[in-house]
Design a protein around this ligand. Structure first.
Ligand code: PHE
Length: 330
């Protein structure tokens, strides 16, 4: 090996590079000279056989040679690339009649849309939004709501238990207890969230969404409750639907009621929501003066509302991630 040989290799590489007229040939020249097993790296391997005074000089010369060749390579590559672009600009035509490529735009889930509309209606009336935990306990989900241990309504809830005290909340009513513990009346509160019950059929899924709402103030009575809920429902369905205010029972409201709506297809009354005047026991438990304050509360199934709005007859479709279904809700 000698400086001469290195010089010769550089000359060879230079003329090959300059003459190359395609990116591919240029690349094969690069591999031939600069590749892992290329000519220059082969020279490095022979350095061991050189005398020790020549070795550093030759090493440095090889490195310089590699750099020079690489610089030239990049220059030529740029020249060829811009030539290619110019060529395609001249030869290619643009077919403006071809359909464009649409990118998929995500949409909100129908349940999210319903929640948004509910929020808008109630926050406009001065309700503020609060949240509660999905993993709750006996106390907030049942006891504090006046649902005693052996009360049959506990069975109706078909609860998912973690252990003796912890559970997946079966409704959002525990929010009332938490909110009353933290705030003094007057209060207007709504809350949205997932609730869980062991049920699965066309009208039930083990997880579904509820909205809880309640208001406590001077002299709140059943008329306030009925007016607000009817206004909400007329607004939500955007027409005068037939509603029925039917007496019912919940341990934490007295009197209690349910609101039903007529299902257009079948003409049957369908339960929409539960509500009532907050039981004085619940208010007293939160140290609220029942002589001065009273309140109403309601709980609405969000899936049920959405099903009625869009004429959906199987609740399970909400959770199937079926794009054909979901894409309808822009
Ligand atoms: N928590 C009740 C349910 O899940 C609904 C409800 C809420 C009833 C508030 C009255 C007042 O069925």
């Amino acid at each position: 090996m000698s400086l001469d040989l290195i010089h010769k290799l550089v000359m060879q590489a230079q003329s090959a590079i300059i003459q190359s007229n395609s990116i591919n040939t240029l690349e094969s020249i690069r591999i031939k000279f600069l590749g892992k097993n290329g000519y220059l790296n082969q020279q490095i391997k022979t350095l061991n056989n050189c005398s020790s005074d020549m070795r550093p000089k030759l090493g440095a010369a090889i490195n310089q040679a590699k750099k020079d060749i690489y610089t030239l390579f990049i220059e030529q590559q740029n020249i060829l690339k811009s030539k290619n672009i110019k060529k395609t600009l001249i030869t290619d035509t643009l077919d403006v009649t071809l359909p464009g490529r649409l990118s998929d735009i995500g949409t909100h889930h129908p349940i999210t849309n319903t929640i948004k509309r509910m929020k808008l209606f109630f926050t406009t009336l001065g309700f503020s939004i609060t949240h509660g935990p999905e993993i709750d306990d006996n106390y907030f989900n049942f006891d504090a709501l006046n649902i005693p241990t052996y009360h049959p309504s506990r069975d109706e809830h078909d609860t998912f238990w973690f252990d003796e005290t912890r559970l997946l909340r079966t409704h959002t009513s525990g929010i009332q207890i938490r909110a009353m513990a933290n705030k003094n009346p007057p209060m207007r509160i709504i809350s949205f969230g997932r609730v869980y019950r062991k049920d699965y059929d066309q009208n039930h899924t083990p997880m579904f969404h509820q909205m809880e709402g309640f208001m406590i103030d001077d002299n709140i009575n059943l008329c306030h409750l009925k007016k607000i809920l009817y206004d909400f429902l007329y607004n939500f369905f955007e027409k005068k639907i037939s509603l029925r205010f039917r007496p019912s029972y919940f341990p934490f409201t007295e009197p209690s009621a349910e609101i039903d709506v007529i299902e257009q297809k079948t003409g049957n009354w369908l339960e929409l929501l539960g509500c009532g005047m907050i039981h004085p026991k619940i208010l007293r438990q939160a140290n609220i003066n029942t002589k001065k304050f009273s309140g109403f509360a309601f709980g609405i199934g969000i899936e049920r509302l959405t099903m009625l709005l869009y004429n959906i007859n199987d609740i399970r479709i909400f959770f199937k991630n079926d794009l054909q279904f979901l894409n309808q809700f822009q």
